[in-house]
Each structure stands twice: as C-alpha cells, then as structure tokens.
Design a protein around this ligand. Structure first.
Ligand code: AHM
Ligand code: MG
Length: 334
C-alpha cells in the first residue's frame, strides 16, 4: 500500500508483511542499502570539485587520500552491509572473488547474499553524467551455519528475492522490487529522506526509444543489424528515437518511464556482449519483469540462465515487452 508523502523507511515497515518468511532481515537489508546510497550520493555529487579538493591518488586539503569513486562506492556498500550483520556473503563487480561473512559470533547464520555493481557507468563521472548502483539479493542455498560457497552466488536470476538500483541523476532515486511490483523513491537532499515518488512503476508495453551503442554496428550479428534498421524505417510510428547515455541504470530507468528497448548485443569483438549477468542483467531483468517488461539474451529469458561463473557476461535486451519480442524475432529468423 502506498500513500502520499510516504518515506522509504515508512514504506519498508508498512510492506514488511509481503516478505515471505521474513523476520525483518530483508527490511533491515533494504534500510542499509538506503543508508549506503546516501553516502555514495554525497560523494558522487562532489565529483565535480575534484580539481579543487584534489584528484584521485592525491591528498586533499583535509589530509585525506582521494579515492576513485567506484572504489569508494564499493567500500561504502561493503562496509555498511557488513557492519549491520544481515548478510552471509557479498559479491561485487569490483572484486575478483566473493566475500564470506561470518555473522555475529562467527556463526554464519545469516541467510541472505547480495551481489552488486557499486558504481555502474563510472566512466561518465568525469563528464557529469548520471551513474548508478545495482543490487541483487538471494537466499543462500547451502546450509546455514556453514561458510557460503560459490553455489550460493551462481543461482538463476528467477531465485532473486529482491533487486534494485540507485540512480545518481538530476535527482537521486532508489528503485526496487521484492517480487511485488516496482516502486521508486526520490531523495530530498535537503533532509536526506527518500520519498515514494513513483509507486507501482510499469514498463509501457510498447515504446518508441531504442538504446544501443551504434558505434559497434558493424560488429553486431545480422539479426541485431536488421532490428536496428527496422527501428530506423519510416513506417507505423517509426523511426524510433535513439537515446543512449552509456549508463545502464539511466538508460533502463528512462525507458521504463517512457517506453523503449535497451540492447547490449554480442559482437565480433565481444562474443558475450559486455554486461555482467549477475551484477547487471539479472537485477535489471527482475525489475523489468516486475514492471511488466521483458529481458532476454536475444533468445532465452535472462532470469532462466544458469550462471557458471561470477563475472560472466551475456548479451542483453531489456525493455518494453513488445519491443523485446520484436528484437527476438529478428534474432530468431537469422
Ligand atoms: P561498467 O560496469 O564498466 O561501468 O560498464 C557497464 C556500462 C553500462 O552502464 C553501459 O550501458 C555500458 O557499459 C556502456 O558500454 P559502451 O560504452 O560499450 O556502450
Ligand atoms: Mg557495470
């Protein structure tokens, strides 16, 4: 249930009943993500001051070492989540391996694991363009009381219990799902509070935006080339509008609000595309489906893929259902 002026904190408490088996851990987890998001938001907002306070690797006027923002975001999320003792494991796009957390008294009794891309699109920071954080939460599959193993992290995306993203944009938003629809909260920076601004977000079934790095066109498979040409033809409401920020979170966020398709296909240069299944595609696919959209690798539902390694990449087509289906039909007929 949502109501006017509802804060994220109130929303979490009022909707806790929807978390099956919940003993409040998932609520505490979302609360911790909210806290880390505010810290990262504060740092990202200062990024333009780098010439004044000192560049990465230098010491600033307060005598603090400047950290790269993606490293800072990674550290902030890991520290905030570890300190609150609600997870048994974390995997991050920034770390080679997963981290096993012991929990209180070293008992390994926590049941959730989290995977994240702490600062996606970070090459956009230097030019003042939106970046984001993406997270994905699962229940562990190995027995409680033992250290987590790789099996806990290599679950198909359909097993996610929650997923979300934070967009550090013209305003900062948290958008997340626990499998009961998608809700978006906007930060009021003056008081540091997220308010429910986008209840029950829905991907329009059809849209007129296509988002893809067309610079890679010559390297794309024929089906993708044909679909791009289809988007550009003059017929039945086409040509569509091309919009590509190069920040996955922002591109998907815009398309979810306006209607559109995001594509990062495989190419002759990158045979599995670029995006990471566990940190980027699965959480975005869960959100897209919860909002009535669709996500696939061009042939197979993203959430049905069985991951084989932590940092695996997959081609990604995500957005308005009818647009993704159309792109798939071009791939299948090729
Ligand atoms: P990153 O995790 O290294 O930031 O890369 C992911 C980003 C996405 O946000 C974005 O959609 C894509 O890379 C853009 O890649 P490209 O510049 O190849 O179009
Ligand atoms: Mg990324």
């Amino acid at each position: 249930m949502s109501r006017k002026n509802q804060t994220l904190g109130e929303f979490i408490i009022e909707n806790q009943a929807e978390f099956q088996y919940s003993s409040g851990e998932l609520s505490r987890l979302i609360n911790s993500i909210r806290l880390a998001a505010k810290v990262v938001n504060h740092e990202v907002n200062k990024a333009g001051l780098v010439d004044i306070v000192g560049a990465v690797g230098e010491t600033n006027i307060q005598g603090e070492d400047q950290q790269k923002l993606d490293v800072m975001a990674n550290d902030t999320f890991i520290r905030t989540l570890t300190n609150r003792n609600i997870l048994c494991g974390i995997a991050s796009e920034e770390n080679d391996d997963f981290i096993s957390l012991e929990g209180q008294n070293g008992d390994n009794n926590n049941k959730y694991i989290l995977l994240m891309d702490p600062l996606d699109g970070s090459s956009n920071i230097d030019v003042n363009v939106s970046v984001g954080t993406i997270f994905s939460i699962y229940r562990r599959v190995t027995p409680p009381g033992t250290p987590v193993t790789i099996e806990d992290f290599l679950q198909p995306g359909r097993e996610q219990v929650a997923a979300g993203y934070i967009v550090y944009g013209t305003s900062t938003m948290i958008v997340y799902t626990t499998g009961h629809g998608v809700n978006g909260f906007t930060l009021n920076p003056a008081i540091g509070t997220f308010y429910l601004s986008h209840p029950n977000m829905q991907f329009p079934e059809m849209g007129n935006i296509y988002s893809v790095n067309e610079g890679n066109y010559v390297h794309f498979p024929d089906g993708v080339k044909k679909y791009i040409k289809y988007c550009q033809e003059e017929a039945e409401g086409r040509p569509y509008t091309s919009r590509y920020i190069g920040s996955l979170v922002s591109d998907i966020h815009r398309n979810m609000i306006k209607g559109g398709i995001y594509m990062y296909p495989k190419s002759s240069k990158a045979t599995n595309g670029k995006l990471r299944l566990l940190y980027e595609c699965n959480p975005m696919a869960f959100i897209a489906e919860q909002a009535g959209g669709k996500a696939s690798d061009g042939y197979t539902r993203i959430l049905d893929l069985k991951p084989t390694e932590l940092h695996e990449r997959v081609p990604f087509f995500c957005g308005s259902r009818l647009m993704v289906e159309k792109a798939e039909s071009f791939m299948n007929n090729d």
